[in-house]
Design a protein around this ligand. Structure first.
Ligand code: SF4
Length: 653
């Protein structure tokens, strides 16, 4: 028995209102860890081919990580998993907050739902066992109201996750909320929960897990604390716009180090990168067709992270995290407090729409959080609608009189309200830009910036081609949380894993678009590493410190008693990736997700930081598949690789 795992999961069949506990053999943890790996193993087994994501046969899971509860810092991330109704592929969404430890305290490493309840329902788990509660009275409440009501039902110390009205209406860009506005937002898994009529879960257990070697875990955590507490050397947020402008002008750039990121995250959170991203070409402008030449330093001035920081009443830490990149600010829609917006939200609701009213960004974030809508997908879909309006694919008649002109705050907010309510044009947009474009037609597909239906995140592949590659090849398409060339520099995997390419300390920007094989193998290593992080329940931002500072592998050994090498762990990550890829293959979806030509610089932009840049993705995709031992032409895991990874034994059918 591995003491950092509970050794079992809970199955809830909502059609029959029944529960089953499944014991997980130690060998499974050894092969795929817990968290995302355990979920991949279970979903591959349990979801039949061509399953309807909103049907009874889809499985929705909530998982914690193998390190959660062991006092390894950064280990409080939980994940929602299922077949995505937005993309039809493997779906996952990663979230901070408090739920990961709460799952484990209930004595489970994960809770999985199948079937469909005939009426609104909520799951309550206490030391007395699991129980399904009638949630009819909670239906139509927003996420803040629902979470508060669930916590009252769960009693003192309980933690809850829930959906809002958007997921009840099966908006395919709906997420799952916890902790007053943290959201497992991507892949549309809120809609799966809504389709199952599962309004929420509330957890209040008392099981304790621990590392097999708590002294070593404590020692390793102390060593990380040193880096987390490393003095802040950055006096002002204004520095970033200057740094970004300088970086834009130089023909070369330095390999980045995570200590700098740590300082930014601790002081400003991800929004520290707002203006830097705009200046360097990382942050997209005007539905990806513009540049910093259209949204210049004067226009981006309100996004200076110091402005957001001044709003903060307190710092926010996910459970067990000592860095605390979040912040609590005054609520804008009636509630006393709200989470401050992340970089993705700020960019999505500012430069992507040519808006520089930060108050509007706060208001929209609150509205979306309360309704339970993914901020990235909603912003991408609104930007799509604006460009449709500009080009005549949508008219005033279609929009119910809203003039969708870039930067118009009333139009932006009005459209958001309609999407949340699924009213008029909002009903068309509530399922994301791909579905909307299919229904609108009239050439609108060219303005829908998505990968397999999921709106692209706010990191431009023309500036860092790694973002485009990962968005195209990950089992959950259109994500930014797995890899990029920048992330590879930050992880510093080559320090512990022989044979991986080491970036030069200073390199020409032109080199980012060359050497597809090297770049693809680095990307494959990054993807594999992130599966290990997500199996452990660790935060990506912690991993930005680099593996020489964040002892991911040593923590796992101290927790489990295994004596595995970093290479062994990367092998486990590759196994998890391969199961997810096989899941997609079995669902019959394309294994390469098409990235819109505009986001690849086809044709290249004529001005701005990404001027003249384009990406030839095909050779990189093939090399990425090859590095993972998958067929280079189809992306299918080969039977040889399946066997080499021991998957013929782990998943015998
Ligand atoms: S770094 Fe930020 S997102 Fe990550 S665990 Fe800490 S508070 Fe949460």
């Amino acid at each position: 028995m591995i003491p950092s795992a509970t050794g079992k999961i809970l199955w809830v069949d909502l059609s029959t209102a029944s529960f089953t506990e499944e014991i997980i053999p130690d060998q499974v943890y050894r092969q795929v860890l817990s968290g995302i790996g355990l979920a991949a193993w279970l979903l591959y087994r349990s979801i039949p081919p061509a399953a309807d994501p909103l049907g009874a046969e889809n499985v929705l899971g909530f998982v914690s990580g193998l390190l959660t509860g062991t006092k390894s810092t950064f280990s409080g991330r939980w994940m929602a998993v299922g077949k995505s109704p937005l993309t039809g592929t493997w779906g996952e969404a990663n979230c901070g907050g408090t739920l990961a430890e709460a799952i484990k305290r209930c004595g489970y490493d994960g809770i999985f739902f199948k079937g469909i309840s005939p009426h609104p329902i909520a799951l309550k788990v206490t030391p007395a066992g699991p129980q399904l509660l009638d949630a009819s009275a909670l239906w139509r409440l927003d996420t803040l109201q629902t979470e508060a009501a669930l916590q009252e039902l769960g009693g003192s110390g309980s933690q809850a996750a829930c959906i809002g009205p958007a997921a009840e209406k099966r908006s395919l860009i709906a997420g799952i909320n916890n902790d007053g506005g943290r959201m497992a937002a991507r892949s549309g898994l809120g809609a799966v929960m809504g389709a199952k009529r599962l309004k929420g879960i509330v957890l209040n257990g008392n099981t304790q897990v621990h590392a097999i070697d708590p002294t070593e875990t404590q020692r390793l955590t102390q060593s990380v604390r040193r880096w987390v507490e490393f003095p802040d050397l950055l006096p002002s947020g204004a520095l970033f716009k200057l740094g970004g402008s300088l970086m834009r002008l130089l023909p070369f750039q330095p390999a980045m180090d995570g200590l700098l990121y740590k300082m930014i995250l601790k002081k400003w959170g991800t929004s520290g990168m707002n203006q830097f991203g705009l200046e360097t070409g990382d942050a997209p402008v005007q539905n990806w067709r513009g540049s910093r030449a259209d949204f210049n330093l004067r226009q981006s001035a309100p996004l200076n992270p110091d402005h957001i920081r001044r709003q903060e009443n307190s710092k926010y830490h996910c459970a067990g995290c000592e860095l605390g990149c979040g912040g609590i600010i005054p609520g804008k829609t009636g509630q006393p407090h709200a989470h401050k917006p992340e970089f993705e939200t700020v960019i999505g609701w500012s430069s992507l729409l040519m808006n520089n009213d930060l108050e509007l960004v706060y208001t929209i974030q609150d509205r979306l959080n309360r309704a339970g809508v993914d901020s990235i997908s909603a912003a991408g879909t609104v930007a799509f609608a604006f460009e449709c309006f500009e080009n005549g694919s949508l008219t005033l008649k279609d929009t119910g009189g809203l003039a969708l002109r870039w930067g118009n705050p009333d139009a932006i907010l009005g459209l958001v309200e309609k999407m949340i309510a699924r009213e008029g044009i909002g009903d068309l947009l509530a399922d994301g830009s791909r579905k909307a474009a299919e229904r609108i037609g009239r050439g609108s597909q060219a303005f829908a910036m998505h990968a397999a239906g999921q709106e692209l995140p706010m990191h431009d592949g023309r500036n860092d081609p790694g973002f485009a590659l990962h968005a195209a090849v990950e089992a959950a398409p259109g994500r930014h949380t797995s890899g990029s060339q920048l992330y590879y520099e930050l992880y510093q995997l080559w320090r512990q894993i022989p044979g991986l390419p080491r970036p030069r300390r200073l390199y020409s920007k032109a080199s980012k678009y060359k050497h597809p094989k090297d770049k693809a193998c680095a990307a494959a290593a990054s993807s594999s590493f992130v599966q290990v992080l997500n199996g452990a329940g660790l935060c990506l931002f912690g991993a930005f410190l680099g593996v020489h500072r964040l002892p991911v592998f040593a923590w796992l050994n101290a927790a489990t008693g295994w004596q595995l090498s970093p290479q062994d762990y990367l092998h486990i990550g590759r196994r998890i990736l391969t199961i997810k890829q096989a899941f997609n293959a079995r669902q019959g979806v394309p294994l390469q997700h098409t990235i819109p030509p505009r986001a690849l610089g086809l044709p290249p932009q004529k001005r701005g930081a990404n001027r003249g840049r384009s990406i030839d993705l095909e050779p990189q995709v093939r090399a990425y598949w090859e590095c993972l031992g998958w067929d280079a032409r189809s992306g299918q895991p080969t039977s040889q690789t399946w066997q080499k990874l021991g998957l013929d034994i782990l998943l015998p059918d």
